[in-house]
Ligand binder design. Sequence first.
Ligand code: HEM
Length: 318
Amino acid sequence: MRRSQFLAAFFLLAFGALTPPMTATAQLRPDYYAGVCPNLEGIVRDAVRQSVAHSPLAAPATLRLFFHDCAVRGCDASVMLINPDGDDEWRSLDGMTLKPEGFNTVMGAKAAVDSDPRCRNRVSCADILALAARDAVFLSGGPDYQVELGRYDGRASTGGSVMIPHGTFDLDQLNAFFSGLGLSQTDMIALSGGHTIGAASCGFFGYRMGADAGMDPAFAEQLRGRCPGGAAGFAFLDAATPLRFDNEYYRNLRAGKGLLGSDQVLYADPRSRGAVDRYADDEGAFFADFAAAMARLGRVGVRTAADGEIRRDCRFPN
Ligand code: HEM
């Protein structure tokens, strides 16, 4: 071995020895359950397929549930916990619009997983939620990406810890929120493409109709018809293809047909417009960036055996 090679090898070894202890995310890997629950992915996908066949609300509700879980206390299924005193994430102001169909989809998948004796109580609710969100995307026509697994479930949930972005946010506020999760502006724009499925209540966009210069007038008119008498109705986040996971969301933004202010601002602000144009023109680029951003979202605040557990019932700590 030449001296330079020796030095290179030495530094590599020394660096390896000095790297900090395994971080929480280091435990995540796609085949985490291969030994204990080899058919996990098939079981969850079949269960999600049943939920989606049962209700068109299931896929969007499940995807949004995953985002809310990861954005608050990390991806630890804390969003599913029910506290006897009523102080928990899902009953907070920002949590109570999460639809029951999302929770039911995960509960159904958990029951299916536990019906296999090998898997029973060995797969975390946080991982089942991460898989169910991917399957909701895939079964709606979106990408079939790999999901990293190995999260443990949290034991705590309080309404006060819920901080999620609002539809009134501008680009700087959106970026500040997502950078707090370790995500980039590109991640944020790709993840916002989750709004290619599902709906929002009039209370979230009613203030924009007619008042927002960026909104297409015919679209504003259409929305006024969706919200007769104020906040009672709803509109689809992607009016073109509301149940299909595709890149129409970005095409809508270009046409001034973004439903939420936080959607339309991605095109209105020149700093993010380029990415919107790219995804509007190239669905493959959107799918690839969405999958990568979901993986990064799925690494937020991951718990280990030291500070988490495998919940027997996703609604209650063990
Ligand atoms: C960028 C910041 C975001 C804001 C301001 C935002 C805001 C909202 C709002 C106000 C609604 C309507 C809720 C209702 O009427 O009940 C909604 C729905 C939804 N959001 Fe987001 N969201 C954001 C990011 C995300 C992300 C990252 C995802 C997932 C990748 C996501 C997925 C969804 C889905 C699928 C729905 C439809 C839910 C349903 O139909 O049940 N959102 N969002």
